[in-house]
Structure formats: structure tokens, C-alpha cells
Ligand binder design. Structure first.
Ligand code: GRF
Length: 217
């Protein structure tokens, strides 16, 4: 039995591609039941079509308000038998009933080490603030923007010469590993949320310490 996931996108869909590639492995415990985009021109739609995954365009602009848009999302996801929703570069805030309906069954990937740098322009803001590390976070979705129990994070250094594009590329590579990993753990039934903290059965922590700049020898 594989977990049926629904992927929400708005753009180029490289995180979607990471999930498509993971699902192509015979032992991967999830399958993509449907890809929904709120943008008709999202490049990710082609990726889904190439992989013969059903797609749907649900344009937020076509709805009276956010809740009508979200109700349409939920009904399409439910009709496709989706058990877990994955936001993979989905650029709409999800609220109220949607968040409640999919409580602990909807995840998001964000390109920073949350709770730092919620929202947009994360890489530009990370560089400007002078942090030595950034990274990505996969978390369960809650009503607040880019908040919710954290499943996995990956850390990358911020280098003195980095442009926002350089940092984005480095973080994106780690996103492509973290999102399929989070879905795998959930599909394997190893993830529990206790008091808003995620517990993952038999996942090892790491005691590796990173310093940046490296400490001179
Ligand atoms: C990713 O960096 C994701 O974390 C952010 O938007 C970007 C989407 O990239 N929310 P892609 O569409 O998956 O290539």
C-alpha cells in the first residue's frame, strides 16, 4: 500500500520533480495521485504530465475569496483520494478550513531554517542579516504563515561571496533531499506530532557540528 499524495505547485516544480523521481523508485512508499497548480503556466505542470500524473489548474483569481478557492482545492484532492498534501513551491497562503481539514496531513517546504525568515525573499534576507548558515525546512502546515511542527531541516553555509541566487541554488539542492525524505517517513507511519513537536520513530539525530567560517587550524 502506498500513500497517495497531492502536490500543490505554483511554478517551475523542481521539488515536485524530486518527488516524481522518488516515487519512481520501486520501494518508495508513496505515489502522486494529483498535481494542482494555481498558475496555469506553471512549468511544473509539464513535469507532471511527462510523468503521466493527473493535473488540475485551480486559479485562485477565479474565486470570490480565499475560502472558496481552498474549498475547491480540498474537493479536488479528496476526489483524487489524496491522503497527504505537499506544498512544493505553492505560493498561496492556506487558512482556516483547509488547514483544519488537513491537520497533520499537509506539509510545506520552506527555503530557510524556520522559524527564521518566514515569507518571501528568504535568501536575500538571510544574506543581508549576516547569518552564517541557512537551509530548508519541511513542516506540517498550521494557520500561521510558514509555521508548524518541523519534520526535517537541512543546513547549508552562507558564503561571503553569495548572491541570493547562489544561496538559493545551494538550499534548493537540500530541499530536493528533504521533501522526499519527509514524505517517506510519513508514508512509513513513523511520524507523530506530540504537543506540536514531531517525533520520528527510529530516525537518528546527528551530533555533527558545523562552523562557518571554519575554525583555523
Ligand atoms: C522552493 O525554494 C520552495 O522552498 C519555495 O519556492 C521554491 C519552489 O521551487 N517555497 P520549485 O517550484 O519546487 O522549483
Amino acid at each position: 500500500m502506498t500513500l497517495r499524495i497531492g502536490v500543490l505547485i505554483s511554478g517551475r516544480g523542481t521539488n515536485l520533480q524530486a518527488l516524481i523521481d522518488a516515487c519512481a523508485e520501486p520501494t518508495y512508499p508513496a505515489e502522486i495521485a494529483m498535481v494542482i497548480s494555481n498558475e496555469p503556466d506553471a512549468k511544473g505542470l509539464e513535469r507532471a504530465q511527462d510523468a503521466r500524473i493527473p493535473t488540475k489548474i485551480i486559479e485562485h483569481r477565479a474565486f470570490m475569496d480565499r475560502s472558496a478557492f481552498e474549498a475547491a482545492l480540498t474537493s479536488s484532492l479528496q476526489r483524487a483520494g489524496v491522503e497527504l498534501v505537499c506544498n512544493a513551491g505553492f505560493m498561496r497562503i492556506l487558512t482556516g478550513t483547509f488547514v483544519d481539514t488537513w491537520h497533520n496531513r499537509a506539509i510545506n517546504i520552506h527555503p530557510s531554517l524556520l522559524p527564521a525568515f518566514t515569507g518571501l525573499k528568504t535568501h536575500e534576507r538571510a544574506i543581508r542579516s549576516g547569518v552564517r548558515f541557512s537551509g530548508c525546512t519541511v513542516h506540517f502546515i498550521r494557520a500561521a504563515l510558514d509555521a508548524g511542527p518541523i519534520i526535517i531541516q537541512s543546513v547549508v553555509p552562507v558564503l561571503p561571496t553569495d548572491t541570493p541566487e547562489d544561496l538559493a541554488a545551494r538550499v534548493l539542492e537540500s530541499e530536493h533531499k528533504c521533501l522526499p525524505q519527509a514524505v517517506r517517513w510519513i508514508a512509513e507511519g513513523r511520524v507523530r506530532v506530540v504537543d506540536e513537536i514531531v517525533q520520528i520513530e527510529e530516525a537518528d539525530g546527528t551530533t555533527d557540528v558545523l562552523t562557518n567560517p571554519s575554525i583555523a587550524s
